[in-house]
Ligand binder design. Sequence first.
Ligand SMILES: C[S@@+](CC[C@H](N)C(=O)[O-])C[C@H]1O[C@@H](n2cnc3c(N)ncnc32)[C@H](O)[C@@H]1O
Length: 932
Amino acid sequence: MSKAESYKHPEAESLLRPDVGVQPQFARNKKARRPASSYRYDSSLSPALEWDGRNPARELGEALIREILEAKSLEEAKAAADKLKAMSAPFLNWAGKAERLSFDVPTLPLFVHERLSTKAILETVSTHKRDKQLDFLADLFGDPQHSVTDQILKAYEHLDKWVNRMIFGDSLVVMNSLIQYEGLAGQVQMIYMDPPYGVKFGSNFQPFVRKRDVKHNDDEDMTREPEMVKAYRDTWELGLHSYLTYLRDRLLLSRELLSPTGSIFVQINDENVHHVREVMDEVFGTENFVSQINFQTTTGFETSTIATLGDFLLWYAKDKGLVKVRKVFQEQQVTLGNGTAGWVLLPDGTSRGVSAAEKRGEQPLPEGARLYGPDNLVSQGAAKSPQPFDYQGKTYLPGGNAHWKSNYPEGMQRLADSRRIHVAKNSIRFRRFLEDFPFQEMGNIWTDTQTGSFTDAKVYAVQTNIKVAQRCILMTTDPGDLVIDPTCGSGTTAYVAEQWGRRWITMDVSRVPLALARQRLLTATFAYYELQSDSRGPAGGFVYKRKQNKKGEEVGGIVPHITLESIAKNEPPKDEVLVDRPEEIKTITRITGPFTFEATIPTVLDLDEDTGVELGAGDSTFYDRMLEVLRRSPVLRLEGNETVTFKNVRRPTKTLCLSAEALVDASAPGQKVSLSEACEEAVEKTSNLLPLTSKPVAFVFGPENGSVTEALVFESAREAYAKSYTHLYVIGFGVQPNARLLVSNCEEVIGVPATYVEATHDLMMGDLLKNTRSSQIFSVCGLPDVKLQRVKSEKKGEPDTYTITLRGLDVFDPVTMEPIHRSGKDVPAWFLDTDYNEQGCFRVCQAFFPRTSAWENLKRALKGEYEDSVWQHLAGDTSTPFEPGECGRIDVEPRDRVPPRERFSPHRLDRVGFVLFDRDDHTLHAERPGEV
Ligand SMILES: C[S@@+](CC[C@H](N)C(=O)[O-])C[C@H]1O[C@@H](n2cnc3c(N)ncnc32)[C@H](O)[C@@H]1O
């Protein structure tokens, strides 16, 4: 296989979103740390208008009365009176609303964990094109100088190097970051929010990547992700009551983010639409309500009363007076006998209604007959002087308190000359021909939005139909505008925004949907809509053209719209733009542009001012709890059902950063007292030798809300060495790559061997889970088994290349608490960074989705341009050959660590394997398991 081309991922320009590896510096930088942000509710909407002295409504009410009494102008008085009046309007109250007049959100920065680009991945296989295709394409473009891939495979690039973003985190925290750290308040054109519907609270989260059917109240189906459980606990404790608080907080931040011309859509079903609408009325103001759209999702299930056919979208504007709206049209549904198809004008100038036989389709319309519907010719309000109009020997008047719609008398005469006047019983009407504009504006009832076998494939239990999100985006944004979805799910909004050249930010509190969304976007293909300006990208707008097919039907993006006004004023018809019909360049396949995967990382809990090292003993509640857990469950699980048990677990006296010390209990049952063969291998894989002496060993606990840092390992190892502990156990919920590296080399670098121990995430979930097994809380997980191979160059002077094979992966099933070995071919996704820069940010240079048809889309779109073996390869376990990059490191990330029952393991976002190159002599050093 030929070697991979190198592709440069666009690096983030903005310092606001550093790579995840700089988190420790960030945490040390006091200026960068921010206090929690406080948001106040509108106190005039206090849920109880009691003037009893405790309610702030009284204070506000009195202030408004004062304002009225002291007003200098009538307007001022009226404005205050209006506010006072609003206070007396009925409102929705719920448990917990009255108690909260404001709420605090932690102000956390966002860090870039991964950079992804489909182009980067395809570049690695671009040398596998079929030769005949190359010739064909070179001919086609007449420009053999250019890379063929560049010509047929493109992604949109946005102004100012904008890169789209997928963010892992609670929407409230993420939106607050966007507002507080990145100044995005007022910059967002549209928000599409599809929250859990506030019913069956337990089934809101899909804990499996491939299992879409989630049962309410089924503990087996309960997610194990701590962030999710926390969100679940915070959000659903009081059922609908907490749900409304959850929504109100997120709506408030959404309003902050919206630009003055922006819109928000909230998707909801009929069980709670009325409540959510009231909450939105409060947050956005009733005056900014735009529409309640009813969209059909099904043909209905049998019920004893009436079938529910769909859900709702609540559309509010930030300011209805300024809102950006682009009309979306659909083709007119023609029913003979109705609307613009109710009458025919015959070639001889006579007209008649469509006959019953014609309606039934038993008789064709006469040759040359033009379908039309009679429309209103008068407007409200009397003219200054009477407007008699003579037509076919009779005089007509517009009627009391009305005037002719067109300019009088010239316009009326032009309408008559163009055969546009229809004579009714005692009045005249305007003849609107079907062909004047065979389209109609989209209303607020959408019946073409059902999901079915011919619509987009569903990968997520609660996936939105593409058409629904698309219509909302097209109605309220232009290409290049920023769209946000605080409830990403499988990424429908991001997918549609990408399709239509909008910039996007999407977020979710669960890794399951984000994994689905990432794969969906990475492997998607779209039509290439021609840009007006290549240099401005989508922000310069798409090209629209007028086009007609052989039958004379309008099939382009510009359609003339003949109106009463254009005829009366003798003007050319207005050009209507059908925003969903830009010009397509059929020879180009468009792929998703580069995007990042980011997450909020809570700043470390307690910082030592001098070293910036988080102290193990920092947050006493958390560390006390961890110490207690270790005391009660002093068992460390190794692979192969081996254990190490500790005794005398206690807090060390006078500690700087160590959290605990203990002795190894050699007499414990099942204890690994001598290194068996199987275990030797496991131990070798995980790190250095485990001590089996009677001398004390030390423990350090990583932070509750973050990963173990390199600085924490360094400082605690130094202390352990100075105090002559024989081993250091670093216990965490996650570990940064550099920290893990230091753990592996700890004996060499600091003089004390160390082991990284993963604590089950169940620990972070309090008593929400029933089945945490106390003996299986701490485990030493195997790392990916990676094989690196050197491929000797066949050509003289060309450097050797390397391939990586993901041979296997040891995962820890959080349900059975058993370690499970998976072959590399069974890992649902794995990524490779061929030039890992140690900053912790993973640039996905090669992406593999073994045993899936994930790349099928692209394969089809590229119509055999690549050899079939390429697609098999992208679904396999061995990388394309590559040259070592400048950083001299590569990193392998088996992404979805999914045990057999397809549970998406709640593991953290860190990396699991990297290998070091020595660029000078091209030797390789295995830093992590696997061979060289
Ligand atoms: C109804 S689904 C969205 C489905 C999405 N429209 C699609 O097409 O796939 C709601 C999503 O919101 C996420 N979610 C719930 N609470 C959240 C929170 N507090 N922050 C961020 N995401 C949240 C859930 O994980 C779930 O994926």
